[in-house]
Design a protein around this ligand. Structure first.
Ligand code: FAD
Length: 475
C-alpha cells in the first residue's frame, strides 16, 4: 500500500520534530515547507562576527520529555552541554541571582521589598477568596498567590513590557501557564532547590548545544532527511485548498515560482491566525473574525558586537523595571562557555513591541542607543567599542492572552479541528506560550496518532490535547 503523504507547514521545532518522528516510524511520506531559507523558526541560530547567536535567550529545559531528550542527546552526539544557570534580576536597583537562591535573597533583597513580601505572606495566612462574581485575571490570580509586593515590583511591570497590556486586562490563563512559581510557597520551594542536599536533579541547570540553540533544529532536519523526509526551504505557503474526499492541495511560492503539492494530511505549525486566512474555501465570517481578534506580541532582537572578551559572567539579565525598555539581555558566549573569539563578545537585547509601534521601524543605530541607554540606567554600561549592530524582528514572539481571548481561540480551534486531514500544533499553531520541548512533545504526539493503517486517530489526539493543557512555560 502506498504511504500517505503528510505536508508539514513550518520547520521550527514542531514541524521538524513531526517530520523526524513520522518518517522514523515509517507511518507516512513527509514533505516540509518552510518560508525561511534555514530551519529552526524562533529556536534557530545564525552566525554573527564569528559567533553563533540565537533569537534571544534560549535554553533546553530539563523538564523535556525523556524520549525527546534522549533523541536530542543522540542526534547531537556529545554536543549537548549540561550548564549551570547563572542569571540575575534587577529589582529596585539591586541584583538578585536568578534562579533564586536563599542566601542571595536573605542578603541582597532590598529591605523595603523583603518587608513588603513578609507582610504580604502574613496577610495571606488568612486567605481572601475573590468574590464569586469577580472576574479572575492575570492580576488577581498572581496577587492572590504572590502578594502585592512581588506583583507590583516584578510581575506587573514585566507583564506590561512583555505583552503591552495592563495586568488587569490579561487573562488568568496567562498567570497559570506562564508563571511557574504562582504562589509564595512554590517560590520558596523553587529557591530551596538550589540548596545542596535539597536539590532535585536538573534544578538550576539547563542543556545547551555546543554550537548554539539552533543546532537542535539542524540535527532534527538532518535526522528527518536521513529517514526520508523532503524539505523545501524558502517556500512560503499561501493557499490551502481543501477537499474532504481527496485530501488537500497546498500551494506555495519558492524562488518566484508557484508550486503545488497534493497532501493526505496537512500539519500546520505556522501561526493559527495565518492558517485561517490561507484556507480555500474561506472559513465562515465569524471564524475569520475570531482569527483577527487574537494576536501575537512582536519582538526586536538587538545584537551588539563588542570589542571585549566578556561583558559579564552572567548568561542573562532580566529587567522587570519600567524605566528600562528591554526585558532581557543575554550574552551567547556564556551559554556554551565558549572562549572564542577572544577579542569579541555579543550582547542580545530583547525588546517586546507591537508591529504598529514606533520601535518596529527604528534603525539599528537608534535601537543600539536604546540598548546602551537601558544598560547605563541598569548600572552595567557598555564601555567597550561597539564593532557592529544588527537586529532581527520576530513578528510572532508571544501569544497575547488578552482577557476573553479564550472564546475567539476556542471558536477557531474547534472549527479547524473539524477540517478533515488538517492538524494545527506547535507554539504558533496552538497559540500556546510554550517552550521548545513542548513543541517537540506535540510533534511526537501527532506522529503517534497515525496508526499502522496510516489513519489519523482523532480520539488519541484529543487525549494528547488535554496533556498539552498542563504545559507550563519555563523561563
Ligand atoms: C525570545 C524568546 C525566547 C525563548 N526562549 C526559550 C527557551 O529558553 N527555551 C525554550 O524551550 N523555548 C524558548 N522559546 C520558545 C521557542 O522559541 C519556541 O517554543 C519554538 O520556537 C516553537 O517552535 P514551533 O515550531 O512551534 O514554532 P516556530 O519556531 O515559530 O516555527 C514556525 C515556523 O513556521 C514558519 N512559517 C510561518 N509561516 C509560514 C508560511 N506561510 N509558509 C511556510 N512556513 C511558514 C516560520 O518561518 C517558522 O520557521 C523562546 C521564544 C522566544 C520568542
Amino acid at each position: 500500500m502506498e504511504k500517505r503523504h503528510v505536508v508539514i507547514l513550518g520547520a521550527g521545532p514542531a514541524g521538524l520534530g513531526a517530520a523526524f518522528q513520522v518518517t522514523r516510524l515509517g507511518r507516512a511520506r513527509v514533505t516540509v515547507l518552510e518560508k525561511n531559507s534555514v530551519v529552526g523558526g524562533n529556536a534557530g541560530s545564525f552566525d554573527l562576527a564569528g559567533m553563533r547567536v540565537d533569537y534571544g535567550s534560549h535554553r533546553l529545559h530539563p523538564a523535556c520529555d525523556p524520549a525527546v531528550l534522549s533523541d536530542i542527546r543522540e542526534m547531537l552526539d556529545g554536543d549537548l552541554l549540561d550548564r549551570p544557570r547563572h542569571g540575575r534580576i534587577r529589582l529596585r536597583g539591586r541584583w538578585i541571582h536568578f534562579p533564586l537562591k536563599p542566601l542571595d535573597l536573605a542578603f541582597k533583597l532590598p529591605p523595603s521589598f523583603a518587608l513588603g513580601v513578609a507582610a504580604d505572606s502574613v496577610s495571606k495566612l488568612t486567605p481572601r477568596r475573590p468574590a464569586g462574581a469577580e472576574l479572575e485575571t492575570f492580576a488577581s490570580v498572581l496577587e492572590r498567590g504572590l502578594g502585592r509586593t512581588i506583583c507590583r515590583d516584578f510581575y506587573f511591570p514585566y507583564a506590561r513590557k512583555l505583552w503591552g497590556l495592563e495586568p488587569e486586562t490579561l487573562s488568568a490563563v496567562q498567570a497559570r501557564r506562564r508563571v511557574s512559581a504562582g504562589s509564595l510557597a512554590k517560590m520558596v520551594r523553587k529557591a530551596l532547590r538550589s540548596v545542596p542536599g535539597l536539590k532535585p536533579p536538573g534544578s538550576g541547570r539547563f542543556f545547551y548545544p555546543r554550537d548554539g540553540y539552533g543546532q537542535i533544529s539542524e540535527a532534527y532536519r538532518h535526522a528527518a532527511e536521513q529517514a526520508g523526509a523532503t524539505f523545501h526551504l524558502g517556500a512560503r505557503v499561501d493557499s490551502l485548498e481543501l477537499d474532504n474526499r481527496a485530501g488537500a492541495t497546498v500551494r506555495y511560492e519558492q524562488d518566484g515560482h508557484r508550486h503545488s503539492l497534493a497532501a493526505d494530511f496537512v500539519w500546520s505549525t505556522i501561526p493559527i491566525t495565518a492558517l485561517a486566512s490561507l484556507l480555500n474555501p474561506s472559513p465562515p465570517h465569524e471564524i475569520l473574525h475570531a482569527a483577527r481578534s487574537i494576536d501575537y506580541r512582536a519582538m526586536i532582537l538587538i545584537y551588539l558586537v563588542l570589542e571585549q572578551e566578556q561583558f559579564t559572567e552572567y548568561d542573562a539579565h532580566y529587567f522587570p523595571e519600567s524605566n528600562i525598555a528591554i526585558t532581557r539581555l543575554s550574552e551567547p558566549k556564556n551559554y556554551s562557555e565558549s572562549k572564542e573569539p577572544r577579542s569579541r563578545t555579543v550582547l542580545c537585547a530583547e525588546l517586546p513591541c507591537s508591529p504598529d509601534g514606533p520601535e518596529w521601524n527604528q534603525s539599528d543605530e537608534e535601537l543600539s542607543h536604546l540598548v546602551c541607554d537601558a544598560l547605563a540606567v541598569a548600572g552595567i554600561p557598555v564601555r567597550a567599542p561597539i564593532l557592529q549592530v544588527t537586529t532581527r524582528r520576530l513578528r510572532q514572539a508571544y501569544p497575547i492572552y488578552r482577557e476573553g481571548y479564550e472564546a475567539d481561540f476556542n471558536l477557531l480551534d474547534e472549527w479547524l479541528g473539524k477540517v478533515e486531514g488538517l492538524l494545527t500544533f506547535g507554539r504558533q499553531g496552538l497559540f500556546a506560550h510554550d517552550n521548545t520541548h513542548h513543541a517537540l512533545y506535540m510533534a511526537y504526539a501527532a506522529a503517534d496518532c497515525i496508526n499502522a493503517e496510516g489513519r489519523f486517530e482523532q480520539t488519541r489526539w484529543r487525549e494528547y490535547r488535554r496533556i498539552f493543557e498542563s504545559h507550563v512555560v519555563e523561563d
